[in-house]
Design a protein around this ligand. Structure first.
Ligand code: ADP
Ligand code: SR1
Ligand code: MG
Length: 418
């Protein structure tokens, strides 16, 4: 069977595809008799197959020309697989310990072959719902974000390298436009795609649409998302894009990658941890009140930012005389001036993180794509109560982000949210 033009694979045609593809068949020792192939895609967009043989394994991810969770009525370019493969490779080079290796990419078939993150790896969001602590999560996520964001920014690269890379990733415009719509636009207007825990949150959703200050602030964030090519960001760094074990953290699914504001990634991760925090009361039962677990989530939020800050600024210090062209050493080699610049840069990044994180929280409560953290709370009134607290906190963070000076203040605000 030839695979010279795009077609959607299934379990049977995938075997033929693997047989015809040496980079994949060699991974399973060219043995096809005892292969098990299972489609596991529980994400929103694509099909994911786990392929396990007696001598090896891998994952195949294939993009379709539409959004899986909506259906063919919402077309979406399958070029997204190209950008996902590019970002996995680039981020993988910068942070190999936390990104699955790409074994194969087929542009025509919009298909990626990559390392199978074997059990006990699970999706972090599911671990957070189950109340499992991951002691190295903050360490690993801060490492991944510091390395990928710093090394793709002008703090590390020349403007020539940066411009070329920005131009390459500009092609991922359709995925960016999807984010523009579902994160920065739809939640603030009546849209056929929006939903909320009705009728409990109908008024809350209406209040979001009627909040002029909120709309003013979200416009500012949207403009930054569209205009600021600060670094190669993952673009969808929620807790469903992270797979974990007790001591491994792997970042998957960067199909929304492009040169955008760093705070969009950090905010996505922290915002989703905050959603996980507010969902805990809905998961509490007689056996576990989740109080200890909530403290661990708060500690992880605080540590992730603090460690990110320290690692990012350490990289900056280490490469201050390198080829990065944002602050040329011949102008900015004075230590006092360097400190001022760094403080200004990190303060703006902190406020971006809070703003984007809050926008990502709001869209998960009143927009099209909700999160399992809340959706798995079966009692709708209980779910709505959890969601309302998260929504109120997010509105405060988004509107008043510039008043927060430290991550400790943010954690206090989360705890004090009535
Ligand atoms: P989508 O782009 O549709 O969101 P994801 O990349 O999030 O797809 O993958 C969907 C699911 O497939 C994940 O939630 C995870 O369960 C599984 N998966 C994806 N990549 C891997 C991998 N490399 N190893 C193991 N499981 C994976
Ligand atoms: C229709 S919106 C689908 C969402 O799923 C992806 O993971 C992105 O977050 C996107 O916004
Ligand atoms: Mg996904």
């Amino acid at each position: 069977m030839a695979f010279t033009e795009y077609r959607r694979l299934d379990e049977d045609s995938l075997i033929e595809y693997i047989k015809a593809t040496p980079s994949l068949s060699s991974k399973i020792g060219n043995k096809f008799d005892d292969l098990t192939i299972k489609e596991v895609g529980d994400g929103n967009l694509n099909f994911v197959y786990i392929v396990i043989g007696t001598s090896g394994s891998f994952v195949i991810k294939q993009a379709l020309p539409y959004i899986r969770c909506i259906g063919e009525s919402w077309p979406m370019t399958k070029e997204r697989a190209y950008f996902e493969a590019m970002a996995l490779k680039e981020h993988g080079q910068l942070c190999p310990g936390h990104v699955p290796e790409v074994y194969h990419f087929d542009h025509t078939m919009a298909l990626i072959g990559m390392r199978y993150l074997e059990p006990p790896h699970i999706i972090l969001r599911k671990g957070l719902i189950a109340g499992i602590e991951y002691p190295l999560l903050a360490e690993h996520m801060s490492e991944y974000m510091a390395r990928t964001l710093f090394c793709t920014s002008l703090l590390y690269r020349t403007t020539m390298e940066h411009k070329r890379a920005v131009a390459d990733f500009c092609g991922n415009v359709e995925l960016c436009r999807l984010t523009e719509q579902v994160v920065f636009s739809d939640p603030y207007k009546v849209s056929q795609y929006n939903r909320c825990t009705s009728p409990f949150l109908d008024r809350d959703a209406e209040a979001v649409r009627g909040d002029n200050i909120l709309k003013l602030e979200v416009a500012e964030l949207k403009s930054k998302f569209c205009e600021r090519a600060q670094a190669l960001i993952h673009g969808d760094l929620h807790t469903g894009s992270v797979m974990v074990t007790h001591d491994s953290t792997q970042i998957i699914d960067p199909e929304f990658a492009f040169y955008g504001p760093m705070g969009f990634d950090i905010g996505a991760f922290l915002g989703n941890l905050i959603l996980a925090y507010f969902a805990q009361d809905g998961h509490a039962d007689q056996g576990n009140d989740r109080k200890t677990y909530k403290k661990w989530i708060l500690k992880t939020i605080e540590e992730t930012w603090t460690l990110f800050h320290d690692k990012f600024t350490a990289l900056w210090h280490q490469h201050k005389d390198g080829s990065g062209e944002a602050y040329l050493p011949e102008i900015y080699n004075n230590p006092d001036l360097q400190l001022l610049i760094q403080e200004k840069y990190m303060k703006e990044l902190f406020h971006d993180t809070l703003g984007f994180g809050a926008a990502k929280m709001i869209r998960r409560i009143v927009g099209v794509a909700h999160v399992e953290d809340f959706e798995s709370i079966t009692d709708a009134s209980k779910r709505a109560a959890c969601e309302r607290r998260a929504l109120e906190l997010a509105k405060t963070l988004l509107k008043e982000r510039r008043k927060f000076q430290t991550i400790t203040e943010v954690v206090s605000a989360i705890q004090l949210q009535p």
